[in-house]
Write a protein that binds this ligand. Structure first.
Ligand code: ATP
Ligand code: MG
Length: 436
């Protein structure tokens, strides 16, 4: 992409409405534009990141054996009356009436919708287990939308649902998601710690929020410091027994403020980390809550009707864009991990209009594109200063700088945005350096 043609409305001034760094940087980099409170448009740069995150989530869901579906954003109020959540959900639910006076709503989540699909489709325990997910927009009329897309009203969520015959089977499904979440967040360069969370009406230990530590986080958390250094398994057999992996992570104390345990915290002593965190995912086993109220029953092995054991598994896909920035930036701007970066390489022409520089940059730009490298080429007729500043602000992992002086010797400078390290390289070797 040529920056001269790219729609990237950056801002010079720091927007006054933005209280936290990710919100400021997303606005300054022209990634998003507010439409109304808590509702945003995604501009090209931001949307590229959102799609990268979405892709990682999708790949890891698929690997873990979940199947992608797409359900409507608009749901029927009647479904929610069956589960008795229509009134209980309160003012966070956006309620809509259609032209026939039918009550509808913009889904804040989809347990009812998926249960309805399931109860009409699955009859026998032999069809279990099943796990389905979607990546789709949700609406919650949050009382205080803030921090940009971190707490929006309309936001993109991966929501997944598991269906099993027994509680033991449900635990296996839960464990699959537990491990797949570890891997998902790790691929985005995040250290997300699973923390014991409020488990709702049925109690038990199967509710974890995945939290990244950040001073700007809304949740108060405590955890054993070793959890921040644990390795995430890189080769997982999802058909095998994942309990040992889950046990390893859950054996050390880690809890959100709802689940503080003073005794355990005190035992840990110096190794206790007290911090704030951002919830990027939540996995939750809730048993037969919806299958009972909505009559989602299968024929069990002895012919008896058995209500489905269910769990649900959320990831805040759009929140992650902000979460990654919160954990990866410096005073000059964003520092994208390569896996989610909107482009891999920023090519800076230090002297647009100079024949030699233009030719060398144009050539390299087309070589990089041919090699499949995602490159943003700053070909604008601007001074070097603003070009460097913009490139640092938008945080591409690599900057390739070509100017008249180096070019006289066939040399370009390659800068690593994260470390700041600069390296001189022959221009002719650059495309190979980034290819594959
Ligand atoms: P929170 O406590 O932050 O309100 P929640 O417990 O209501 O979150 P879930 O219902 O578990 O959230 O939703 C799954 C995921 O969706 C959360 O882990 C979070 O990452 C994301 N999420 C929830 N609410 C919002 C929001 N208003 N804006 C952006 N992302 C959100
Ligand atoms: Mg909430």
């Amino acid at each position: 992409m040529r920056l001269s043609r790219f729609f990237m409305p950056t801002l010079k001034e720091t927007p006054s409405e933005a209280q936290i760094v990710s919100h400021r940087l997303m606005l300054r980099a022209g990634m998003i534009r507010q439409a109304s409170a808590g509702i945003y448009s995604w501009l090209p740069l931001g949307y590229r990141v959102l799609k990268k995150i979405e892709r990682i989530v999708r790949e890891e869901q698929d690997i873990a054996g979940s199947q992608e579906v797409l359900m409507p954003t608009i749901q029927s109020a009647d479904l929610w009356r069956e589960s008795e959540r229509y009134d209980a959900y309160g003012p966070e639910m956006l309620r809509i009436t259609d032209r026939h006076d039918r009550e509808m709503l913009y889904g804040p989540t989809a347990e009812e919708q998926i249960t309805d699909i399931f109860r009409g489709s699955i009859r026998s325990y032999k069809d279990l287990p099943q796990m389905l997910y979607q990546i789709h927009w949700k609406f919650r009329d949050e009382i205080r939308p803030r921090f940009g897309i971190m707490r929006g009203r309309e936001f993109l969520m991966k929501d997944g649902y598991s269906f099993d015959l027994t509680k033991d089977d449900a635990r296996r499904s839960y464990n699959r998601m537990f491990v797949s979440y570890l891997r998902t967040f790790q691929r985005m360069g995040l250290k997300a710690v699973p923390m014991q969370a409020e488990s709702g009406p049925i109690g038990g230990d199967m509710s974890h929020e995945f939290i990244i530590l950040a001073d700007t986080g809304e949740t108060k958390v405590q955890c054993h410091k070793d959890l921040l250094g644990f390795d995430v398994p890189d080769d997982v057999d999802y058909q095998g027994d994942l309990q040992p992996v889950v046990d390893k992570w859950t054996s050390l104390y880690a809890a959100t403020d709802e689940k503080y345990d003073e005794v355990r915290a005190a035992q840990i002593g110096d190794a206790l980390v007290t911090a704030r965190g951002i919830e990027v995912g939540h996995i939750f086993y809730f048993g037969t809550k919806y299958s009972q109220s909505m009559n989602a029953v299968v024929n069990g092995p002895d012919g008896e009707g058995v209500p489905l054991e269910m769990g649900s598994y959320g990831i805040g896909v759009s929140r992650l864009v902000g979460g990654i920035i919160e954990s990866s930036h410096d005073e000059n701007g964003i520092i994208w991990p390569e896996s989610v970066a909107p482009f891999t390489v920023g090519l800076i022409n230090l002297k647009s209009g100079d024949d030699a520089c233009d030719t060398a940059c144009d050539d390299l730009y087309s070589q990089l594109r041919k090699a499949g490298v995602e490159v943003l080429y700053d070909d604008r007729a601007l001074r070097a200063g603003p070009k460097f500043a913009d490139m640092d602000l938008i945080g591409l992992p690599w900057q390739v700088v070509i100017g008249p002086r180096g070019l006289a010797n066939g040399i370009a400078e390659v800068k690593n945005r994260k470390t700041g390290e600069k390296e001189e390289m022959p221009v002719t070797g650059i495309a190979d350096r980034f290819a594959g």
